[in-house]
Design a protein around this ligand. Sequence first.
Ligand code: IPE
Ligand code: IPE
Ligand code: MG
Length: 246
Amino acid sequence: MALFDKKKKSETELPENLPQHVGFIMDGNGRWAKKRGLPRSFGHREGAKNFKKIVRYCKDIGLKNISFYAFSTENWQRPKDEVDTIMDLFREYIVDVRNHLSENTRMIFLGDKSIFDDDLREKMIKLEEDTAHYTEMTLMMAVNYGGRDEIANAARILAQNVKDGEMNPEDINEESIADCLYTRGIPDVDLVIRPSGELRLSNYLIWQCAYAEYYFTDILWPDFSPKELDKALIDFDGRHRRFGGV
Ligand code: IPE
Ligand code: IPE
Ligand code: MG
């Protein structure tokens, strides 16, 4: 296969067959800090910096849909000061995002927004609305996101629709469920990338990852470089996906 794309800014020759949706599980910030004798908050700050770098790189190499797991429904169990640090970084990002994101990037937040303060939630919704017409790349950020929570939410929406007489139970199928997920209209995840050495999904996009390929590396998220992403994409290109067929 020809291994070069016109708009690639990569030093590596990347495959033409890029995944339609890459999901990043940004793990390992705490261990990154610990290794350096620093508080965990430093790791989160460094992780946030790297997030911006990787987003830019994804756009440069022409990825279409990218999602990032930033904070799970389970992460609320962490010490309050750590949760506060992550939420502060998130707030900072929401304010700064227009400087960071280049034109033509659509932004979507995955997760239950109802938990956030009104002002933050309104900013998130405004950002989604203002960028809804952009088509070059869709950037999804999962905050207060849980895959089971997302599916339970979809079930609630569909039950209400049935109750209101808008649909029948027989109309509930894979398509109507997918339409009630936060990723509505976005292709399923083709490739999940999880740094930090953990070999699990941790409740990330469990419906959308039904046929995803997985790429694990021991590198911690703050150190996950564009070169490392190139490696994952080349690895993905070599996978034989069967989707249950032969
Ligand atoms: C990922 O890094 C960030 C969040 C889960 C919010 P961690 O904070 O989980 O880092 P480790 O796994 O403790 O190293
Ligand atoms: C997954 O990382 C969640 C995010 C990266 C936001 P965790 O660090 O919370 O996952 P576990 O606890 O190791 O499974
Ligand atoms: Mg972790």
